[in-house]
Design a protein around this ligand. Structure first.
Ligand SMILES: [Zn+2]
Length: 174
């Protein structure tokens, strides 16, 4: 499984709805859940692995909190997600496995309500905030062909142009 890099057309396309949760799809999702932490990511959208379909995974690994307490990791799958509502606003640094080496502060809503289908085909609604809300919005953008760098002010984008162009057609197998 190869992670597609900036400049790859699949990253600029609006992905298609998932019509059916097939065994193949489940296998692909399983691979993505494995790949995501291997590549040091916390989210991975289907277009990033060359599949123009509307789903993404979020993988949070086991960790220790500030007091040294063990916090169990988890993974989630969002199929055909729709952000129904959002509120507040916060700035957070973002990076992207498809835009390696570039980290920028992006402003986005703080709390979101998302409707999505899970791996069992159930239509669910969840409310998320903090890091999860951030990752979900970032990954959901991938399904619409939007990369986080396009959310930066024009001037900032111009400053990044050279570095972004250098990424074009560069293939990286994490
Ligand atoms: Zn990304």
């Amino acid at each position: 499984m190869e992670i597609r890099i900036y400049g790859d057309e699949v990253l600029n396309k609006r992905a298609e709805e998932v019509a059916e949760i097939t065994t193949e799809l489940k296998e692909l999702i399983g691979e993505m859940i494995k790949k995501c932490p291997e590549a040091n990511g916390i989210g991975l959208a289907a277009p990033q692995v060359g599949v123009s379909k509307r789903f993404f995974v979020v993988v949070v690994q086991d960790r220790e909190d500030d007091d040294g307490k063990f916090v169990k990791g988890f993974s989630m799958v969002f199929i055909n997600p729709v952000i129904k509502a959002s509120s507040g606003s916060c700035k957070m640094e973002e990076g992207c496995l498809s835009v390696p080496g570039i980290w920028e502060i992006i402003e986005r809503p703080e709390v979101i309500e998302v409707e999505f289908t899970d791996i069992e085909g159930r239509r669910l609604t969840g409310t998320y905030e903090g890091l999860l809300a951030r990752v979900i919005q970032h990954e959901n953008d991938h399904l619409d062909g939007i990369l986080f760098v396009s959310k930066l002010p024009k001037l900032k984008q111009d400053l990044l142009k050279k570095r972004l162009n250098a990424l074009k057609n560069k293939k990286r197998d994490y």
